[in-house]
Design a protein around this ligand. Structure first.
Ligand SMILES: [Mn+2]
Length: 438
């Protein structure tokens, strides 16, 4: 291939997806879209207000979801994976351009440490992205790390290990401040694999004491999210194992500390919608990680297994946030936390965002007044009918209309495939790239 001048290489980078690619696809679909939209608008009286809320709603994409996820058995790259933070931002910019709903990025430190935060911030702004919660990592050892997290981090029996983990979290806050982030998410793999390995009370107290030091380093306008997980990589006990334990920590820490719910981090059949409702009631729900599962922490595409559960969760979120006069868009942190073994990660993320928007739109369309009235007279049949009426209504035209109004694609996946975006990425980045991730 002939050597091109540098400015033409830059142009190739930007050629992946232009507005006219989106507009041309939209113009093919818009007539059919309008017919569906008119029908649904006649069925749902408040459809216009719902579309406005959908336009506003943004779901953060984690930097580690852009590569093909692995299991402990192996990892199969789909090619063209982002090789650095700049390319991760580029990928999320692409998603946001397609769906108008992925306007934030959640970074993972040390994987995404930026050498030049001002330049990274400017690059993100060019793509219309802001920095969502920062994520620390004390669940694996880094090559330059002095002490090991093999037996835990913030819970560790050795104060020096705890201090190292505390310092890391404070460093993550520092990096986040430079990028304009406003939150730190702490997920700990701390726990034990066998009975007797750990004194539960001491592990809790060590963890709380460590979290207090991190909390003390939070800027006044920051939040800390304490994420819980029932099991894995520890298989006997987890030191932040469920929402009760997270709530204990966040209550003891103070008003800037909140519980974070990751859908995959519960034991089978847990009533997650009830957990969400009560955390909201206690003003302690801070953020949300979306994914889906069949068996455990499967990290599958949101809405791919249990769409009714996703709807019921959103039903509680909308009801609880409205009761407290919260802003749907900003008052909770919304993020996808999924990992993909067999799909193109960008296509999978488009599917997840779509599923989340559908569940949100359905929850917004629930006849709340009628539900309150039916609950007040214990009319169980009517209650079920009201919820299922919303769940069984095809609100996809409302979600598509929100995208159209945001200047995005009526059918993001079709635009992505028609323009062979993955092929372009492979051409630019190579077939054997492997992004940092899980
Ligand atoms: Mn998570």
């Amino acid at each position: 291939m002939a050597v091109l001048p540098q400015h033409l290489y830059a142009k190739i980078e930007l050629m992946k997806l232009e507005n006219y690619h989106i507009e041309s696809n939209n113009s093919d679909l818009v007539a059919a879209h309008q017919r569906k939209l008119e029908f649904i608008s006649s069925e749902i009286p408040e459809s216009s207000a719902i579309i406005d809320k959908l336009v506003d709603f943004q779901i953060a994409i984690p930097s580690w979801a852009l590569g093909t996820g692995g299991t402990r058995f192996g990892r199969f790259s789909s090619g063209g994976e982002p090789r650095n933070i700049e390319e991760k931002i580029e990928d999320i910019g692409l998603l946001h351009k397609l769906n108008g709903a992925s306007g934030a990025i959640s970074l993972h430190i040390p994987w995404d440490t930026a050498d030049n935060p001002a330049a990274i911030k400017a690059l993100a702004a060019q793509h219309g992205l802001r920095f969502d919660a920062m994520n620390s990592n004390t669940f694996q050892d880094q090559t330059d790390q002095e002490l090991s997290y093999k037996f835990g981090s913030l819970q560790h029996v050795d104060k020096a290990v705890r201090q190292q983990a505390i310092d890391h979290n404070i460093e993550v806050i520092r990096q986040g401040v430079e990028l304009g982030s406003k939150a730190l998410t702490v997920w700990l793999s701390d726990g034990s694999c066998f009975p007797g390995q750990l004194n539960f009370r001491k592990a809790f107290q060590n963890t709380l004491e460590s979290l207090r030091e991190i909390y003390a380093a939070l800027p006044a306008d920051w939040k800390v999210f304490v994420e819980y997980k029932a099991f894995e990589p520890n298989f006997y006990s987890t030191t932040v194992g469920d929402w009760g334990q997270s709530l204990l920590y966040t209550s003891k820490l103070g008003s800037q500390a909140y519980t974070l719910v990751d859908l995959g981090h519960h034991l089978p059949n847990a009533n997650i919608e009830q957990i969400v409702s009560l955390l909201l009631m206690e003003e302690k729900l801070g953020g949300f990680h979306f994914n889906d599962s069949k068996y455990g922490d499967d990290d599958l595409t949101a809405g791919s297994m249990k769409p009714y559960q996703l709807f019921l969760i959103f039903n509680e979120l909308v009801e609880g946030m409205d009761t407290r006069g919260m802003n749907h868009k900003d008052d909770l942190g919304w993020m996808i936390d999924a990992s993909h073994n067999v799909k193109d990660p960008l296509e999978d993320l488009l599917q997840s965002v779509e599923a989340i928007m559908i569940a949100y739109a359905q929850a917004l369309s629930v006849d709340r007044e009628a539900l309150v009235a039916a609950q007040a007279i214990s009319d169980v049949v009517r209650c079920q009918e009201i919820l299922q009426q919303a769940f069984r209504t095809d609100v996809r035209p409302l979600v598509a209309e929100a995208r159209l109004r945001a200047g995005a694609a009526l059918n993001p996946l079709a635009v992505y495939r028609q323009n062979k975006v993955r092929e372009e990425l492979i051409k630019n980045r190579g077939a054997k790239t492997v992004a940092t991730g899980l």
